[in-house]
Write a protein that binds this ligand. Structure first.
Ligand code: LLP
Length: 866
């Protein structure tokens, strides 16, 4: 053991490390504790280890404390606790029984104590304290046996609880507080005895020398008290997750690790829902100015969440969204005069009488509504009815429960309000009972019915990130997403081709920028994947996505047809595929274009009555497809959803009969039905539903041969979005086709074939710092790639010149166009950028070059193919 070699000097600093129940429940976990403590010791620090009880033990002790007169239940629980510790003693390979036996005997004595019958509070506290006394005793023996000489410290000797004003007897014994200030004498006295100590979380003594309990989560608080007393250099709370996150990661896997928080923010997040840290433990470390970190026992390489005094220099951001359930609201209507003097004093006095602490407050001239948080109060129906009865003397009372409180936390919340408009719109249809903005400008809380809160936090988190009210890419505050740390990226993501072709791309960029570069092999591979599906009979590529002839060539060679929407597209397509592989699916096209398309031999799709009402001769004797609007659009953005009355596409279902009659009158045969409801869809079931609906509609026609279920096959922009599952798509289409074997199934994707095949290369022209923002300007913008400005589309952006350098700066990547919207990517983490660096914007192969413009008379990016 290296502890001797590097024994701390007389003035060595202290580090307090705390481990919870699961971290002390197996031998391998104790080995981890030994490693962590030993690492600090080897770095010349004195270490105090604070532990919780073995997992499950505190609940059993609580059950004993509450068993009242049920002696046999107490005995059964006692036996279980003894057995558990005996097993742990054996697992740890310990031999010296006496220390463990001492506490087991205490347990036996307390279980049969006469005070058990009445649930006497001092007795309950002694019972509850046993869990930590037992675990720390086992730990002391094991660590010492493993070569890390560790001294057992009785927490009650050093932590003296003080009753708080108005505290109930229950609170004094079972939810005690310990005022702490650095005590250099204690630090020195301990240092004279040993370097490494182990002590118990969760307990203290009172002025009479009795054992008291710090309340749930009390072990974190103990560590904080010790940290303050010893004026430690650091308190580390070791748990099973890397730290505090921007939302509960179990319901929001995209939640980001909060790498750095100040004490007040951490306090708010802990108070309003995050379970990882007990809110009470922040005050002691803040007062003593001791930094506190939350770290993952299983992933000690991660730095976790660091909480300290200095506020990181970062633009204001929402740091977290949290949720508390089981909230009770009490609405009190004054029955006296308007703005009656003393009304608040009258009602609050009654809360005090029942030992209830109030959390949120909303007030009007004649009404006050307050909330009671169950984690701080013993709220049960007895307490509530007694309170309501008392309050009825001075006001009309209404109890609203259960409610959920949703809280956004972040320093400078008021300055964030303008960015929150879209986020708050999520509350649109919910009944909001109370909105409260904290007077310290750190939080905004909205109380709704608990039943309405399901699914709200994930939606809000996504909206906060999207609106950039939560600046998730700011490295000063946020770390990786939980899903990045603990789950692999959503399945199916592949390494993009451009990572392997970096040198070729840099060479191309050296010739000129801006420049789109397309990889033909990727297009070929995507075409092959589609053609491998069994269900679709014919494929047409929507060439509006990318009409570069080399790409069209590859696609045509793979056997796909081409879907066109203008005469120029048709003309180009006709040079590549025979006419029976041409589709013409325009929208609001002039009459002459239809005639020209027929002349080319293309299949024509109509989506309105007007052509048949007014231009019947153009269509006489022809076969056509009919595009219908199935009523609702889908897709990655409002502007690409092509269903519903608000969309200009497709024939409304209620006009189908009229369309049929017009077709009959002009001798037009409807041989196919078509629907395309939007773009960027990642859910395979979508096309199954479209097929089912169109096939059912086909029964109303006599000659339908083909069902065209459109394109829209999505390509995820971010690593945590699921990839479209082609196998699932094939399976569900195959299944539905079996119900309608008479139809051919057609599809017409654009994006899927080309999006990932293309990148946009641009060169850094200049950088700029303004306020909290760093801008990096490149030599093209929305004139080459309008998708971010038009759809808030997210494209991955990297500095290709510095691909291997750490991405440590947060940039707004902007172009040279005279529009505020000329932003290719906001809040992107990149290595420090310099003039001349080559920036790569990924997934730019679809709807990039084809939507480019000469705005500002700036030529859009050139195109090349590799
Ligand atoms: N079929 C029809 C009738 C269409 O209107 C479209 C696209 C497609 C097929 C092909 O959709 P895709 O598979 O590419 O999603 N500019 C937008 C996309 C607009 C799509 C227009 N119509 C974007 O950049 O996301």
């Amino acid at each position: 053991m290296n502890s001797l070699a590097t024994a701390p000097g007389a003035h060595a600093g202290w580090v307090v490390v705390k481990f919870g129940g699961t971290s002390v429940s197996t031998r391998p976990r104790w080995d981890t504790i030994r490693r962590i403590a030993n690492d600090w010791h080897a770095r010349g620090k004195r270490v105090l280890i604070v532990v919780s009880a073995l997992s499950g033990i505190t609940d059993k002790l609580k059950a004993i404390a509450e068993a009242g007169g049920d002696r046999s239940r107490r005995e059964a629980l006692r036996a279980e606790i003894v057995a558990r510790h005996e097993a742990m003693f054996a697992e740890l390979g310990l031999t010296e029984r006496a220390p463990l036996q001492y506490w087991l005997d205490r347990l036996t004595a307390l279980a049969v104590d006469a005070r058990a019958e009445t649930g006497d509070l001092p007795w309950q506290a002694e019972v509850l304290a046993l869990g930590e006394q037992l675990s720390s005793t086992l730990g002391q023996a094991y660590l010492t046996a493993q070569g890390l000489a560790t001294r057992w410290l009785d927490a009650r000797e050093h932590l003296l609880a003080q009753a708080m004003p108005n505290q109930t007897a229950w609170g004094c014994y079972l939810s005690a507080s310990v005022p702490t200030a650095p005590d250099p004498a204690l630090a020195a006295a301990l240092a004279a005895h040993a370097d490494v100590f182990i002590s118990q979380g969760f307990m203290a003594r009172n002025a009479d020398g009795e054992t008291v309990i710090l309340g749930r989560g009390g072990s974190d608080t103990s560590a904080a008290y010790f940290g303050a007393l010893l004026k430690a250099e650091k308190v580390e709370i070791w748990t099973d997750v890397a730290g505090m996150f921007s939302a509960n990661p179990r319901i929001v896997p995209a939640a980001r690790l909060l790498s750095r928080l100040d004490y007040e923010e951490a306090q708010e997040i802990a108070t309003t829902g995050a379970k990882v840290l007990h809110p009470r433990c922040l005050n002691p470390v803040r007062e003593a100015q001791v930094p506190l970190a939350v770290r993952d026992t299983n992933r000690p390489e991660l730095a976790g969440t660091e909480i300290g005094a200095t506020v990181a220099a970062a633009a204001p951001s929402v740091k977290a969204v949290s949720e508390r359930r089981g909230i009770t609201l009490i609405s009190m209507e004054s029955i006296g005069m308007w703005q009656q003097v003393g009304f608040l004093a009258d009602v609050f006095e009654r809360f005090k009488r029942h030992g209830l602490s109030i959390d949120l407050i909303g007030s009007a001239e004649t009404n006050v509504t307050v909330s009671l948080d169950p984690s701080e109060n013993l709220v049960n129906s007895d307490v509530l009815s007694a309170l309501a009865a008392d309050l009825a003397e001075v006001c009309r009372v209404k109890v609203i429960a259960p409610c959920a409180a949703i809280t956004l936390v972040g320093r400078g919340m008021r300055s964030l309000l303008p960015r929150l408009a879209g986020v708050l719109a999520e509350f649109d249809l919910l009944r909001v009972h109370l909105v409260s903005q904290s007077s310290n400008n750190l939080n905004l809380t909205i109380v709704v019915d608990e039943a309405a809160a399901d699914g709200l936090v994930p939606t809000l988190h996504a909206a906060l990130v999207k609106s950039e009210a939560l600046r998730a890419e700011d490295p000063a505050v946020f770390g990786p997403a939980w899903s990045e740390l603990y789950a692999s990226a959503a399945p199916g993501h592949e390494t993009p081709w451009w990572q392997q072709r970096r040198d070729d791309l840099l060479a191309l960029a050296a010739q000129s920028t801006p420049r789109y570069v397309y990889d033909l092999a990727t297009v070929r591979e995507r075409a092959r994947r589609l053609r491998a599906l069994a269900a679709p009979d014919r494929w047409f590529y929507a060439l509006k996505a990318n009409s570069r002839p080399e790409l069209l060539q590859v696609i045509a060679e793979a056997g796909l047809g081409l879907e066109c929407v203008s005469p120029a597209e048709l003309e180009l397509a006709a040079t590549l595929v025979p006419s029976e592989r041409l589709l013409f699916t325009p929208n609001f096209a002039p009459r002459a274009e239809y005639a020209a398309a027929f002349a080319r031999g293309a299949r024509v799709t109509l989506d309105n009555l007007h052509p048949l009402q007014h231009w019947g001769e153009t269509f006489r004797g022809r076969e056509i497809l009919l595009r219908v609007d199935l009523g609702a659009g889908r897709g990655h953005h409002d502007k690409v959803r092509t269903g519903g009355a608000g969309s200009k596409f497709g024939l409304s279902l209620d006009q189908i009969e009229e369309f049929r009659q017009l077709a009959r009158r002009h001798d037009v045969a409807v041989v196919g039905l078509h629907a395309h409801l939007g773009s960027g869809i990642l859910d395979a079931q979508h096309w199954r539903e479209v097929y089912a609906q169109l096939a059912a509609l086909a029964q109303r026609f006599t000659r339908i041969e083909a069902i065209n279920i459109g394109g829209g096959l999505g390509v995820p922009a971010r690593a945590d979005e699921a990839v479209l599952d082609l196998a699932a798509l094939d399976a569900c289409l195959t299944e539905i086709k079996q119900a309608y074997p008479q139809f051919e199934l057609w599809m017409e994707p654009g994006r899927y074939l080309v999006a990932e095949a293309g990148v946009l290369l641009a060169r850094v022209t200049q950088t700029k710092r303004k306020g909290d923002y760093c801008y990096v300007g490149v030599d093209t913008g929305m004139n080459s790639l309008i998708r971010p400005a038009l759809y808030e589309a997210w494209h991955e952006i990297v500095n290709l010149t510095r691909l291997d350098e750490p991405a440590d700066t947060l940039y707004q990547v902007v172009g040279p166009i005279c529009e505020s919207g000329d932003v290719l990517g906001s809040n992107r983490r990149l290595p420090g950028c310099r003039e001349g660096d080559v920036i790569l914007i990924a997934q730019a192969g679809a709807y990039g070059a084809t939507m480019a413009s000469r705005y500002n008379l700036r030529e859009p990016a050139a195109e090349s193919v590799i």
